[in-house]
Write a protein that binds this ligand. Structure first.
Ligand code: ATP
Length: 371
């Protein structure tokens, strides 16, 4: 059994008028994996704790499978929560820790089979006899996961469960969590401030800022079509280039985008994405340019959908499978970052000429006007 979780216009105000969550509405479908993503203090944990029943809702409604659940005690919601800190009982073995929720439910019951089956699912059978002090961080978090799923909850609430682990283990465990929750088909709400983790895990990602939802979309959509500058800047590594520009329409009717000392012309006809630029005429806009949308090229190498920004390569960061190229341009801010494959740009012109140019695929460059 898996649950639909809905929040309707939910607000949480802590003492001293701290508004942690502000009129938040969200529908999470049964079996869905939703990631709540945002910077520290934006209200992610508060949302999770309200769903769990560990925090009162100041106003608004929480619905579980369509039923009002604001007043249901935490233990009766059928949800399991895993915290950042493993919160295992230090004086109990892995097995005792995992069987604890079952024993609370029905004291005296033989829990061995259920605990063993869950341990098998997580690949932690060999950890059952050990105490938490004898486990590594990753192993403790696996046991904590085991304790959460042993009761076969109807939803998981995971609060930064991997943040105490090293980078390699995080990557491995997050893949395990994704596989496990999908295998169990259980609704999962996963809180993180790590955008890479959010992108790799969620069916959908809800981006929060100051207790307000900024965007709820598929991870790919959040990355490629951010709703605003905050989302664009928060998601993606390297950080998106945000360039100030103005839109102009000279006499020939083709739109120009003016980056201070440089100007690019949009191809005709305008794509649906670019149509909205017409209403921005004469206004200052922010153009978001992802690094991978820029490449180093010269005028003779341009494709029809591209535009050229001239610049000087300032610095190249070698990153193994690609290099991050810092280019100074006349745009504001002056520095643009682009990614390149390892092969240096060898076609055409002297080395000095190659250094002096930077080109951007126009479709990407003006794909989204952010504000
Ligand atoms: P983090 O990623 O750092 O855990 P978060 O996004 O989970 O942050 P919350 O812990 O939900 O954020 O906190 C949201 C806001 O509410 C913050 O401004 C925080 O200081 C405040 N807050 C949280 N708990 C309480 C509390 N018990 N009393 C008063 N204010 C609180």
């Amino acid at each position: 059994m898996t649950r639909a979780i809905s929040l309707r216009d939910v607000t949480k105000i802590y003492p001293r008028d701290v508004v942690a969550v502000n009129r938040l509405s969200l529908d999470i479908a049964p079996g869905e994996f939703l990631v709540l993503l945002g910077p520290s203090g934006c209200g992610k944990t508060t949302v999770l704790r309200m769903i769990a029943g560990l925090e009162d809702i100041t106003s608004g409604e929480l619905l579980l499978d369509g039923e009002l659940a604001n007043g249901i005690p935490p233990g009766q919601r059928g949800l399991a929560m895993v915290f950042q800190h493993y919160a295992l009982y230090p004086n109990m073995t892995g097995e005792q820790n995992m069987s604890f929720p079952l024993k609370i439910e029905s004291p005296g019951r033989d829990t061995t089979a259920q605990v063993r089956e869950t341990a098998r699912l997580l690949g932690i059978e060999e950890l059952l006899d050990r105490f938490p002090a004898q486990l590594s961080g990753g192993e403790r978090q696996r046991v904590a996961m085991g304790r959460a799923i042993v009761r076969r909850p109807s939803a998981f609430l995971l609060d930064e469960p991997l943040s105490n682990l090293d980078a390699k283990l995080r990557t491995r465990l997050r893949a395990e969590i994704a596989t496990l929750t999908r295998h169990l088909g259980v609704t999962t709400v996963y809180v993180t401030h790590d955008q890479a983790e959010a992108m790799s895990l969620g069916d959908r990602v809800a981006v929060l800022r100051d207790g307000v939802i900024q965007q709820v979309s598929a991870a790919r959509e959040v990355y490629q079509r951010p709703e605003n500058v905050f989302v664009a800047a928060f998601v993606g590594t390297p950080r998106i280039n945000l360039l100030r520009a103005t839109v102009h329409a000279p006499l020939d009717g083709r739109l120009n985008i003016d980056f201070g000392t440089q100007r690019i012309q949009l191809p005709q006809p305008l794509s649906p994405d670019h149509q909205m630029l017409r209403v921005q005429m004469g206004r200052e806009i922010t153009v978001g340019l992802r690094s991978e949308a820029a490449r180093i090229a010269g005028p003779q190498e341009m494709r029809p959908t591209e535009a050229l920004l001239n610049g000087v390569v300032q610095h190249v960061e070698f990153q193994g499978h690609e290099s991050l190229v810092h280019v100074s341009t006349g745009a504001r801010p002056a520095r643009v970052e682009g990614l390149e494959s390892p092969r240096p740009p060898t076609r055409g012109g002297s080395r000095a000429a190659r250094r002096a140019r930077g080109a951007n695929p126009l479709r990407q460059l003006v794909g989204r006007v952010l504000g």
